[in-house]
Design a protein around this ligand. Structure first.
Ligand code: HEM
Length: 144
């Protein structure tokens, strides 16, 4: 229940943020991304263990909530651009993260269905999006 309330909180935040996007919780993007990485590592560690599937599904749900949070934050690389350019690129950024979001739901479903054999392919697609997103939106001095 707490989890469901947490998600509706994020969705409410999305709905209320309107044009003045910003993370309602005030977290910066790097912090949210670090959280995504931690969930990703936890999932990878136990992804082939069916006895951990319930927990892996919850970790996938956590990951999806962090992705929604990341979507609400304009990447620092874009903030100094002229407004029209920034807004256009911010739409592209959210579209890319939307793809990651759908994959996180596929991941949760695979764990809930006990389809551990499908998990690796989903994680590989997510990792490809990570590389794509970082090449486009991480400021050069921060890339690694
Ligand atoms: C599972 C996928 C992903 C993981 C695990 C991940 C993880 C990370 C990590 C660990 C950082 C470095 C944080 C730091 O210490 O400064 C980071 C930064 C960043 N990521 Fe991701 N990322 C993922 C996907 C994406 C995608 C799809 C995008 C864009 C659409 C993206 C955009 C960014 C940006 C812009 C930063 C720089 C944040 C800043 O400097 O403030 N990431 N990410």
């Amino acid at each position: 229940m707490r989890r469901i309330l947490g998600i509706s909180g994020v969705l409410l935040g999305l709905a209320m943020s309107g044009a003045a996007f910003g993370d309602p919780a005030g977290a910066d993007l790097a912090t949210v991304m670090k959280g995504m990485k931690a969930k990703f590592s936890d999932i990878t560690r136990q992804m082939m263990d069916p006895t951990r599937n319930e927990n892996s599904a919850i970790l996938s749900l956590d990951l999806s909530v962090l992705i929604l949070q990341a979507m609400q934050i304009v990447p620092p690389k874009l903030t100094k651009l002229p407004v029209a350019e920034r807004d256009a690129l911010y739409i592209d950024y959210r579209k890319l993260l939307s793809q990651l979001y759908v994959l996180s739901l596929d991941l949760e479903k695979a764990f809930r269905d006990g389809r551990n054999a499908d998990v690796k392919a989903i994680l590989m697609q997510m990792d490809a999006l990570r590389k794509q997103g970082h090449a486009l939106y991480v400021q050069e001095e921060r890339q690694g």
